[in-house]
Design a protein around this ligand. Structure first.
Ligand code: HEM
Length: 233
């Protein structure tokens, strides 16, 4: 008779691993909702300067007078910052655990056991983090001025992505491709964690992950591409 000896696992470690995966999934979904809304808002660039500038001004008066000027933006900033800390800390903790478990069980070279997507997700995450810091310095604190200083958010956008500053476009393209790849893996992974996935739904979840990632890639890059090619001036 063949008997299998169950691998002893520590229930506490298993429970915290599940909690960390949930934390990653929930914070990740918050980010996805934010980037989808942000991408949609950016498409207002196609409606012209007045529409885009009043959209940017509207962000500052959202829920006013229930909230003070920029109150909503500040709540959003705090929520996103907390989500970022949770996401990064959980990712590092899970990665360390997986690496520890692997080095105990296998004597195989790391690259063989590490999946392609887990490596690209980690590099992608770092690229996105670096991009967000640059992006906030450019459009929120206005510390980095591309092509001059402008009061109008629309002008800032159009000048930054004009053909003269093609390197800014290239930097954004790299970051948005990294974002799309990260979100493709993240949506799939988060829905598995949250239990929305079983074998029957696996295919639909995969399709959803590609649709969200594709929408972000096309939607985010549409205004800068139109500006670069001179269709939006
Ligand atoms: C082509 C892509 C993108 C363009 C053209 C773009 C454009 C902008 C602009 C114009 C603003 C300033 C809005 C305002 O306050 O008036 C802004 C703010 C912001 N963007 Fe983006 N964005 C892009 C992609 C992203 C991505 C991928 C992320 C996140 C991963 C992101 C995160 C943010 C954040 C956090 C803010 C600051 C909101 C605040 O002031 O609290 N953006 N973006």
């Amino acid at each position: 008779m063949v008997t299998t000896t169950p691998v002893p696992t520590k229930p506490r470690a298993r429970n915290t691993t599940v909690a960390l995966k949930w934390a990653m999934a929930v914070s990740g979904i918050l980010f996805v909702l934010f980037v989808l809304l942000h991408m949609y808002g950016n498409l207002k660039a196609f409606a012209g300067q007045e529409a885009f500038d009043s959209y940017a001004a509207g962000l500052r008066t959202l829920l006013y007078p229930y909230l003070p000027h920029e109150g909503f933006l500040w709540i959003q900033r705090v929520v996103l910052l907390v989500a970022l800390v949770v996401h990064v800390v959980a990712a590092i903790t899970l990665w360390r655990r997986a690496r520890g478990a692997r080095s105990r069980r296998y004597v195989v070279h790391k690259r063989l056991v590490q999946s392609y997507s887990s490596r690209t997700v980690r590099w992608g995450g770092l690229i996105i983090l670096a991009f967000v810091i640059f992006h906030l310095l450019q459009f929120t604190t206005l510390t980095i001025e591309v092509g001059g200083s402008f009061d109008s958010p629309y002008q800032r956008l159009v000048v930054a992505f004009s053909a003269e500053h093609w390197y800014v476009y290239l930097a954004y393209l790299i970051a948005i491709v990294a974002l799309a790849m990260h979100v493709r893996h993240g949506v799939w992974s988060a829905l598995q964690t949250l239990g929305a996935s079983n074998r029957r739904r696996q295919r639909n979840i995969n399709v959803l992950a590609y649709v969200v990632a594709g929408a972000l890639l096309v939607g985010f890059m549409a205004p800068p591409t139109a500006i670069l090619l001179g269709f939006v001036k």
